[in-house]
Ligand binder design. Sequence first.
Ligand SMILES: Nc1ncnc2c1ncn2[C@@H]1O[C@H](COP(=O)(O)OP(=O)(O)O)[C@@H](O)[C@H]1O
Ligand SMILES: [Mg+2]
Length: 217
Amino acid sequence: MDFKITLKNVRKNFSRLLVFDSVNFELTIGSSLAIAGKNGSGKSTLVKIIAGLLSPSAGEVIYQIDGKKIDKLDWFKYIGFVAPYLQLYDEFTGYENLEILARIRGLKNYKNKIEEVLKRVNLYARRDDLVRGYSSGMKQRLKYACALLHEPIVLILDEPTSNLDAEGVEMVWKIAQEQKKKGILIVATNEAEELQMCEEVINLDELKLKSREQIVK
Ligand SMILES: Nc1ncnc2c1ncn2[C@@H]1O[C@H](COP(=O)(O)OP(=O)(O)O)[C@@H](O)[C@H]1O
Ligand SMILES: [Mg+2]
């Protein structure tokens, strides 16, 4: 299968604030892209646009399978997303969070899959505890379980190692390596070391300088 994400001249502004302009790239199976930049440079905004959670102000994002465009409403089927601003259901257990998600995604025979991802993120022993009682690192691990449940072609990680201990960081690097073998990996981070997770880097600070020159008329 041929899978491709294309960004064409993507711009985002929040009213008068220009976040970035003219973002162009193409990602296919096996590609990985790190998004670098200072706080407020637009990393989270860009990953949200790539995932279809935000619309660009100009330009377009295209998802294609074997040359055929995928409807934006269906993008979520192909995406796993880990980010600080994504919410878990605090009043449910870790297992139940994954079960809810499995049903939303229409996964069949998901019990084994849920157990597998819980073991992968090392939360299996705590699967029946309420998420409310999880530490922030445990919540971050559960987000990985949620993102990997449907074995997404596209894995998007925003601040991938936030709240994680050394073992959790190692887990993330392993997940990143595996994702690059079979799919597309996108990582937004301001940690220089984490840029190494990916083969390509886009730096929004530099982009922004360029686009500012372009926009001042
Ligand atoms: N919903 C919004 N409304 C207005 N401004 C926003 C909104 N979301 C983000 N911004 C602004 O866009 C810029 C980029 O934010 P963000 O993408 O979160 O940066 P980063 O993730 O690189 O720290 C910041 O200046 C931020 O204040
Ligand atoms: Mg951010």
